[in-house]
Ligand binder design. Structure first.
Ligand SMILES: C[S@@+](CC[C@H](N)C(=O)[O-])C[C@H]1O[C@@H](n2cnc3c(N)ncnc32)[C@H](O)[C@@H]1O
Length: 377
């Protein structure tokens, strides 16, 4: 994967900036590893001269890949590696710019055969060749065979389609804000879920998006512009310092919270300290989100498979909230549920390469209890 990422980046640079391929490779490698290669004075001078431009190129490469960190460019794609379950290529149709039928026609013209709406997971699992399906769970999601590469596709470059794993489409889909609502995306960069929210809102209403990381926000800005998202305010701010009492947020009724977590794709076991630290942050940020006075519905998600970051966080915060919020039993037909670690945990969703043909993921939807429902659960 390292070699692939370097070669991809280098090919891009070479094509777009007309750099000689060996130079492009060295530059990309250097950027990915960030420490500077041991190279002679001539290379060093070249590296320095090109660094700013290459930082920008790398940011673009990340937008193209739908990732936000350099390391993610190096991570093996889900479904890669011998014996790994084959995760399909999911394509979310960006309804701010186009319609599912038009995208289907486009791919048919490109020589793909459309097999209609999938009737079972088995159909997704066995998809191969130049064939594609409409997903069986999510509308506006097309499914292609694993490793189909659309990063150079015209529809992708123009923001008509978003290359987004199916599991990562769940939070915005399940939050399902009604048009014209005010929504917070608390940990938003690089913004795939924000653009999904905007599509659901039809660019009406208002999205307040926060993230700590300036580089990821820059990537996000490019991505949202390309996707035609207009109804958003981006802020580089620690969400924990956003004041719930600020009148700006008095109409925020929906929150999407997708905080940093240990990516399931990593494969290696995290240390107990790291897990504890992240889980502590996740509990804090979830409690903070629920303290916005008008919030009615919140989707909490992680790309982690660890119960400490998932069911345990939800359970702890629900307990702390007493009878103010409850878990919603979302998507009953989704095949993979939360681990039975507390009563009601089956309302949460899990996702994995084997069970749902997606990346590893977790989603819980919480809803404010109306007065008449205020019974402890
Ligand atoms: C899993 S990523 C979000 C992915 C994003 N929701 C998407 O779909 O593209 C988590 C993000 O949380 C941000 N983050 C971490 N701590 C934060 C905090 N205290 N306030 C706001 N953002 C934070 C990280 O910079 C990172 O971009």
């Amino acid at each position: 994967p390292v070699l692939e990422a370097v070669l991809d980046g280098a090919a891009l640079l070479r094509a777009e900036r007309k750099l000689p391929l060996p130079l492009a490779k060295v530059l990309v490698y250097d950027l990915l590893f960030g420490k500077g290669l041991k190279c002679g004075g001539r290379w060093k001078a070249l590296l320095r001269r090109h660094r700013a431009r290459l930082e920008a190129e790398l940011a673009r490469l990340k937008v193209r890949r739908g990732v936000s960190r350099n390391e993610e460019l190096l991570a093996a794609a889900p479904g890669a590696g011998p014996g790994a379950p084959r995760v399909p290529r999911y394509v979310r149709v960006n309804t701010l710019k186009t319609r599912v039928d038009d995208v289907v026609d486009f791919f048919k013209r490109q020589g793909y055969s459309f097999l209609g709406k999938a009737g079972s997971m088995e159909e997704l699992r066995t998809l191969s060749g130049k064939k594609f399906l409409l997903d069986l769970h999510l509308p506006e999601l097309l499914v292609f065979p694993p490793q189909t590469d659309f990063h150079d596709n015209r529809l992708y470059m123009s923001g008509h389609i978003i290359l987004q794993d199916k599991a990562s489409c769940l939070p915005a889909f399940l939050l399902s804000p009604v048009a014209s609502s005010h929504v917070i995306d608390a940990c938003a960069a690089p913004g795939n879920k924000t653009s999904h929210l905007a599509a659901i809102l039809k660019n009406k209403g208002q999205i307040f998006a926060f993230d700590l990381d300036a580089k990821r926000l820059a990537t996000m800005n490019t991505m949202l512009m390309r996707a035609g998202v207009t109804s958003f305010k981006l802020a580089q701010q620690d969400f924990l310092t956003v004041d719930p009492q600020d009148p700006k947020y008095s109409k925020v009724t929906y929150i999407l919270l997708d905080p940093s977590s240990i990516p399931s794709a990593k494969g290696t076991a995290p240390s107990a300290e790291r897990l504890q630290a992240l889980a502590g942050f996740q509990r804090k940020v979830l409690s903070h989100a629920l303290s916005f006075p008008a919030v009615q519905r919140l989707a909490y998600s992680t790309c982690s498979v660890h119960r400490e970051e998932n069911e345990d966080v939800v359970q702890a915060v629900l307990q702390e909230q007493g009878s103010a919020f409850r878990l919603v039993n979302v998507f009953p037909s989704w095949p993979c549920r939360g681990l039975a670690t507390f009563p009601g945990a089956e309302c949460c969703l899990r996702a994995s390469p084997t069970a749902t043909l997606t990346q590893g993921f977790f989603v819980a939807v919480l809803e404010r209890c109306r007065d008449q429902d205020a019974v402890p659960r």
